[in-house]
Design a protein around this ligand. Structure first.
Ligand SMILES: Cc1cc2nc3c(=O)[nH]c(=O)nc-3n(C[C@H](O)[C@H](O)[C@H](O)COP(=O)(O)OP(=O)(O)OC[C@H]3O[C@@H](n4cnc5c(N)ncnc54)[C@H](O)[C@@H]3O)c2cc1C
Length: 328
C-alpha cells in the first residue's frame, strides 16, 4: 500500500470547533486509488469507517473515534461553460468564488460557508434561500466496498438540511466523491454577484466572527407544523418562514443566550451559535446543548434536533433528554 494510514491522530485540528479525541486510524484521500486503498485497509482490519470533509459541522467525542477516519481531500475542479465537475474535497467557498468570477449564477448565496463540497451535499448546505442541492445534476458516490454509484438530483433526495446520503448513512456507508453541477449563466453585470458575495461574507463575519471556534448553528430549525396557528400568528416575521421557526429565536426566547458550561458558550447575539470559548470538551458542549434543548422544551413544548453531526459517541446523547410532542 502506497498511502500512509496513521494511528492515534488527534482530530481537534481537523474540526472548526477544535474539540475531540484521536482517530484510531486516520488518512486523507486525494485520489480514487487512495480511497480504494483506505476501504481495503478498513475491510481487511474489520474497522468501521467515518468520513470527514472540512470538519465544520461535527462534534467529536472526547474519547475520539474508533476505526478508520477518512478525510476527503479530492479537490479537482473542471468548469466548462455552466457545467462544473468538482471533487468532494474542494472547499465550497472556493467553488462559489470561482463560479462568481466566471459569471455563473446559483451558488453565490452560499458564500462564506465553511467546509467542503462533500459536506455541503451531505447536509444540503443552505443560506439566504438557496441550497446546493438546487444546482446539482449528479453525485458520484463510492460505497465501502469501492463500488461506484451515481445519483441524479432526484435520487439525492435533497430537502431542508438533508440528503439521501445523510438519511441512509447507516444503510449505505461510503463517500461522496464527485459532484456535477449546472449553474445558470449570469446577467451581463457580473459585478452584481461579486457585490452580493462580498456583502454576504461581510454579514457572516459579523454573525460568525472568524476568530471563533464553532460548528455553525447547533440545532436545526423547528417545523412550523409543531406550533399552533395562534402561536405562529404572534411571531415576528424574522423568526419564521412558511415551513420553519428559527431555532435561534426559540433558544433566545428560552433565555439561553450567553450561557456557558465549562469552555463551551452560547453567543449572546445568536443563541443557536455555540462556540469553544477556551479549552471546551465535547462533554461541555453536550451538557450546554442538552440544557438549551430542555429550556426550549419547557418553554415551547418542542424538542430541537441537533444539526451538528456527532462522531465517536456510543449513543445520541440528545435522544432521550426530553420527549417529542407538539408545541405551543
Ligand atoms: C461559522 C460557521 C457557519 C456556518 N454556516 C452555515 C450555513 O450558513 N449554512 C449551512 O448549511 N451550514 C453552515 N455551517 C455548517 C457547515 O459549514 C456545513 O454543514 C458544511 O457543508 C459542512 O461541510 P464539511 O465539509 O465541513 O463537513 P464535515 O463537518 O466534515 O462533515 C459533516 C457531515 O458530512 C459528512 N461528510 C462530509 N464529507 C463527506 C463526503 N465526502 N462523503 C460522505 N459524507 C461526508 C460527514 O460524515 C458528517 O456526517 C456553518 C459552519 C460554521 C462553522
Amino acid at each position: 500500500m502506497n498511502m500512509k494510514i496513521k494511528q492515534n491522530i488527534s482530530l481537534k485540528r481537523y474540526t472548526t470547533l477544535g474539540i475531540g479525541g484521536p482517530a484510531e486510524y486516520f488518512c486523507c484521500v486525494k485520489t480514487l486509488s487512495e480511497l480504494k486503498q483506505a476501504f481495503m485497509f478498513a475491510k481487511q482490519n474489520v474497522l468501521p469507517v467515518t468520513v470527514m470533509g472540512g470538519g465544520s459541522n461535527v462534534l467529536i467525542a472526547d474519547a475520539g473515534v474508533q476505526g478508520l477516519v477518512i478525510c476527503v481531500a479530492h479537490d479537482t475542479c473542471v468548469i466548462s461553460g455552466n457545467r462544473i465537475v468538482v471533487g468532494a474535497g474542494m472547499s465550497l467557498d472556493k467553488l462559489v468564488e470561482m463560479s462568481v468570477k466566471k459569471n455563473l449564477r446559483g451558488l453565490e448565496n452560499l458564500s462564506g460557508i465553511p467546509g467542503t463540497i462533500g459536506g455541503a451535499i451531505y447536509g444540503n448546505a443552505r443560506a439566504f434561500g438557496g441550497s446546493i442541492g438546487d444546482m446539482v445534476r449528479q453525485v458520484v458516490f463510492f460505497d465501502c466496498n469501492g463500488v461506484k454509484k451515481s445519483f441524479s438530483q432526484d435520487a439525492c433526495g435533497f430537502s431542508y438540511g438533508t440528503s439521501v446520503f445523510k438519511q441512509k448513512q447507516g444503510e449505505m456507508p461510503g463517500v461522496i466523491w464527485q459532484v456535477e453541477l449546472f449553474l445558470d449563466v449570469g446577467s451581463n453585470m457580473p459585478w452584481e454577484k461579486m457585490n452580493l458575495r462580498q456583502a454576504i461574507i461581510a454579514y457572516r463575519n459579523v454573525r460568525y466572527p472568524p476568530k471563533n471556534k464553532s460548528a455553525g448553528c447547533f440545532f436545526g430549525n423547528a417545523a412550523a407544523g409543531m406550533f399552533s396557528p395562534n402561536f405562529l400568528s404572534k411571531l415576528p416575521r424574522f423568526a419564521k418562514s412558511q415551513k420553519e421557526i428559527g431555532a435561534g429565536y426559540l433558544l433566545e426566547q428560552a433565555g439561553v443566550a450567553g450561557k456557558k458550561i465549562g469552555g463551551a458558550q452560547i453567543m449572546r447575539h445568536q443563541a443557536n451559535y455555540f462556540v469553544n470559548a477556551g479549552s471546551a470538551t465535547a462533554l461541555d458542549v453536550i451538557k450546554l446543548a442538552q440544557f438549551a434543548q430542555k429550556k426550549v422544551f419547557e418553554r415551547f413544548g418542542v424538542r430541537l434536533q441537533h444539526e451538528v453531526r456527532l462522531m465517536g459517541f456510543d449513543r445520541d446523547p440528545f435522544a432521550e433528554s426530553c420527549p417529542q410532542v407538539s408545541g405551543a
